[in-house]
Design a protein around this ligand. Structure first.
Ligand code: PNS
Length: 159
């Protein structure tokens, strides 16, 4: 049984995340989408809200589950018999950070990191950009699933 984790802050989940989760679910027996803390970011949605949005948008993927964790990703992998971390790589600007994390997690727990090329349609997409757009009333309906779009409208008053 090959188990992978798609970790992230998912504040909120975007179609870019969803694309990576779907493609990871085709490669592994089980995929856990884990909402983790990124200490460099402040969040718009609570962890419970983020979990609910992810669970709704991944409901059609039978081998995908959602979880959260407040410690190290390497520790989460060890505790849950997860042998692979799957993350999306949008552009070369993601590379340094992702490589550093991958090497650190490999050293910490022996867990492999698979960096999956983001679909070109999503290469510019980030949760931060979505929040910025929504904050100023921009249309984010092509960037996030409908439930997330509705939650953003309620939270930041976007159109
Ligand atoms: O979606 P993000 O914000 O790019 O995801 C980053 C995340 C949450 C995966 C990363 O910050 C993380 O792994 N946080 C958990 C704590 C940890 O293991 N940090 C790295 C080693 S110090």
């Amino acid at each position: 049984m090959k188990r992978a984790v798609c970790p992230g802050s998912f504040d909120p989940i975007t179609y870019g995340h969803l694309d990576i989760i779907k493609r990871a679910s085709a490669q592994f027996d089980q995929v856990v989408v884990a909402v983790l803390e990124n200490r460099t970011k402040s969040s718009l949605f609570t962890v419970a809200e983020r979990i609910e949005m992810i669970a709704e948008t991944t409901a059609t993927l039978p081998n995908v589950s959602v979880d959260s964790w407040t410690g190290l990703l390497a520790e989460y992998c060890k505790n849950n018999s997860i042998t692979a971390i799957v993350k999306g790589l949008r552009a070369v600007t993601d590379f340094d950070y992702e490589l550093q994390m991958a090497q650190l997690n490999l050293q910490a727990s022996g867990v492999e990191t698979m960096l999956m090329a983001t679909a070109p349609a999503h290469s510019f997409l980030s949760s931060s950009l979505v929040k910025e757009l929504a904050h100023y009333g921009g249309d984010v309906s092509t960037m996030v699933p409908p439930n997330v779009n509705a939650a953003l409208k309620l939270r930041v008053g976007g159109k």
